[in-house]
Design a protein around this ligand. Sequence first.
Ligand code: ATP
Ligand code: AMO
Length: 466
Amino acid sequence: GRVWTTVSSLTDELKDQTVLIRGRAQAIRAVGKKMAFLTVREKGFTVQCVLTVAPDLVSTQMVKYATAISKESFVDIEGVVTVPPEAIKGASQQVEVQVRKIHCVNRAATVLPINVEDAARSEVEIEKALEAGEQLVRVNQDTRLNYRILDMRTPANQGIFRLECQVTNLFRQFLLNEDFVEINTPKLTAGTSEGGAAVFKLEYKKQPACLAQSPQLHKQMAICGDFGRVFIVGPVFRAEDSYTHRHLCEFTGLDMEMEIKEHYTEVMDIVDRLFVGMFDKLNERCQKELEAIGKQYPFQPLKYLRKTLRLTFEEGIQMLKDAGVEVDPLGDLNTETERTLGKLVLEKYGTEFYILHRYPLAVRPFYTMPCPDNDAYSNSFDVFIRGEEIISGAQRVHVRELLESRAKECGIDVKTISTYIDSFRYGAPPHGGFGVGLERVVMLFCALDNIRKTSLFPRDPRRLEP
Ligand code: ATP
Ligand code: AMO
């Protein structure tokens, strides 16, 4: 077989060598009848390919053939790598390929709903281009999502979803190394786990059912079944009724649950080691991805400490109060106060990643363990990146009677979760865990403004397609 080279690996080390590449014709420009430039893109990386008419090497017919190829078509190119005296504008690879053979493998339609080159520009580049009188279309979010397969081709999107894959991978690897067992939990369930409103109802063989709002109940039941430490990677469904930048109707949950010996801080210790290690490795292993994302959506690298800052909810309220922001000391923070606290924490402690724990019991789900010293508070926590929540976690109630009364107090129909509540009849160890929203981690790590940018095929209150 022939030896193929990827566009991303075309460097000056290959100077004068003949290479074979397959990619998309991103842009084609003819210069008279004897020369043409072709930008070839493969998985977000681009290289400039040059056709120059020369006896026995390149014919005028070949130039004509090349310039007739429609944008986004797949092409095979055989050519010689050269290093141009000046830097190439626009291409990610700084070498050129002098074309010897070109073949169009599969043609794209001549009219494209999205021009991938335009879709890849940053806001600053768009402004500049428009000022210079260039003709280009600003691609809006709905168009991007309607034609997601074209939008996906931009270098930034290639980076985002490769980075997302690493987040899942690092979550899994870390927990496997810590003796956790990966399990799968049902997505078709009889009852709700996080409270009534945001649930998709459906009929399950004539029986009322819903799509799992989280693996919460089943991951705890696996602890009752002596697995000790478990985790789940899977879809989570929330029938959100408002349209925000950070809520989806279906997202990917990274969940874990573990026995605890003494204190819920054991769960926060895992958050700390898991995420500090994850951020380090993302910065180290995903440099190309981060660079591609930052080129279109410029952002500052996340500021985090070697040991994650922990503040109690009361301390957080005090910081807000000192800054003149009045909040209910036993109520929840809202999007705005969470953001404000994030700013205050950054100023005072120099970190954009921190844990807020000991939340008021009244604002947490029924399965949350009250604080033993003061049951107005709970053994629970949220974790924030750049002032927005990425994780909720807690110690759980493992005493059946308390669990049942807490569920009733919270207005849960206990009949629908009786098998869960009954699991605690037969002896259960103290335990706790947390749930992470994958799309939120990637969105906030890269300071992106919308969760639809980190969901490959987002589901929101208005979108069920593609
Ligand atoms: P969790 O369910 O763990 O709290 P979350 O990030 O979805 O995760 P919510 O409880 O939904 O958080 O909300 C946290 C805060 O964000 C709320 O107190 C509320 O002020 C605000 N918020 C939640 N949902 C919306 C929404 N749909 N529109 C505007 N603000 C919202
Ligand atoms: P919670 O409801 O906070 O907790 O969800 C856990 C994490 O999931 C993410 N998240 C969302 N992401 C996108 N769209 C949404 N609509 C959405 N809702 C939540 C957030 C959030 O921090 N059972 C508990 C977890 C636990 O205690 O183990 C739970 O589901 O990043």
